[in-house]
Every structure is written in C-alpha cells, then in structure tokens.
Design a protein around this ligand. Sequence first.
Ligand SMILES: Nc1ncnc2c1ncn2[C@@H]1O[C@H](COP(=O)(O)OP(=O)(O)OP(=O)(O)O)[C@@H](O)[C@H]1O
Length: 242
Amino acid sequence: MTTLFELKNITKNYWESNEETSRSFLFANITATLQKPERIALLGKSGQGKSTLLRMLALLDTVDNGDVCFKGVSAKDTDTRIWRMNICYVAQQAVMLPGTIEDNLKTVSKLHNSTFDENFARELMKDVGLSDLDWGKQATDLSGGEKQRVSLVRSLLISPSILLLDEITASLDQQSKEYVEQLLVKFHLEKGTSFIWVTHDTEQAKKISERIWYMEDGTLAIDSKTEVFFENGNDFPSQVMI
Ligand SMILES: Nc1ncnc2c1ncn2[C@@H]1O[C@H](COP(=O)(O)OP(=O)(O)OP(=O)(O)O)[C@@H](O)[C@H]1O
C-alpha cells in the first residue's frame, strides 16, 4: 500500500548561527508518516518551528534537507500548483484578496481551473457559522474571526487530501471554534481528509486529534496516539503548552 504522506528527515537550518541554542538548525531530521487519513495535532512550545514546518510541507518555505512525499511522489518531482491542490495550508493570519467575499470564495477554483460549487460553498459557510454573511461585502472589511473562517472555507472548497492548519481558531469565540472543530472532524470522517493542526489549546488537541506530534529542542520528540500522550502520567501538556 502506498504511504499517504511522508516527512523524511526534514531539516530547517537557522538563517544564521543562534547563540541561544548552539545549534545550526531550527529543527532537524523530522520523520513521520501518515499511512492513511489521520487527524494530527502538532504541539510544542512557542518558537519550536511548528508554523515553519507546516509552511515547508505546503512548499511555502524551503526544505533545507530531507524530503516530503505525497502518495509516494516527492514534492521535488511535483508541480507546485498540483501539490497545493492536494496539500493545503491555512494560515493563522487569514489573508483576504481584494474584492468581495464571493470573489474570495471563487479564487481557489479559478486558480485550479475547477468549477465553483455554490451549494457546497453555502453549506460550508453555514457549517462555520457564517450563513448570514452577505457575499457581496468587501472581504477586507470582515473581522479577524470571519476572515479566518472564510479562508478555511476557501481551502475546503477544493477538498484537499491534507490540510495544514495553523492555529486557525485563535481569533474565534467558543461557539465558532466548536463549529470549525466539528466541521473538520466531519470532513475527515466523510471525505477522508487528513489534517495536521497546530494548536496551543490542549482541550482542542484532545478533541480533534487521533495522534499528537510534539516538537521540542529541534526534534519531533513525541509521535503518539492522543490518548497515550495525555494519559501517560507525565505532565507535559500542562507544563509546556502555550
Ligand atoms: N530558517 C530559520 N532560521 C532561524 N530562525 C528561524 C527560521 N525559520 C523560522 N525561524 C524563527 O524560529 C522561530 C520559529 O517560528 P515558528 O513560527 O515556526 O514557531 P512556532 O512553533 O509555530 O511558534 P508559535 O507557537 O509561537 O506560533 C521564530 O522565531 C522564527 O522567526
């Protein structure tokens, strides 16, 4: 069986020598595999390089060493546009393009030459709690939390295989946060979408993930089932998160 997604010895070097850590890399030799669609929470103290790793996996930042493969094919041998149709990064600070909400929702299908499915878009907007939003409104006028959800919907519209989610509920109220969590778990169960979700919220990690990747000291220090990570008796989560 072909492996779905593979991180092979991925390394990010420091831009310049870092006196604090006496290391030459931000992280090195990160190796992990998704054999099948899975829900991963990527945890670790601030500054470990979680966002950098996600951006590398989306080919938005260079992979200094190592390789990443989707269904057995290296990113190096894949057209970037095709790669990003399958592996989609959703940023913490959502960027809205000039134009209306509708323009923004249509961006990805335009970019990838696919048909815009308005019913699907309306369904997704409802699922994230934005059913009342006027699509004719200028996207740049939206609140931070609205932008985050429109940006997520924009990515979900192409139903990627792997979603790379970077603290995407950081500016949401509790209810909107729960809507987003439920939608993404539903997406996983119904469409087989995997996600790697960076979060500092322990409760969220427990709720949404099957597996935890925990970054520490420039390594992927832990890769374990979520229940094992939170029940193994050590005090990691409460001590080191956030
Ligand atoms: N190639 C690099 N060389 C040196 N420093 C880097 C490099 N890439 C990123 N950094 C720095 O390393 C740190 C890691 O950033 P990153 O946002 O990836 O961490 P994070 O674990 O996601 O943090 P947070 O949880 O606070 O969002 C930042 O200070 C960033 O500026």
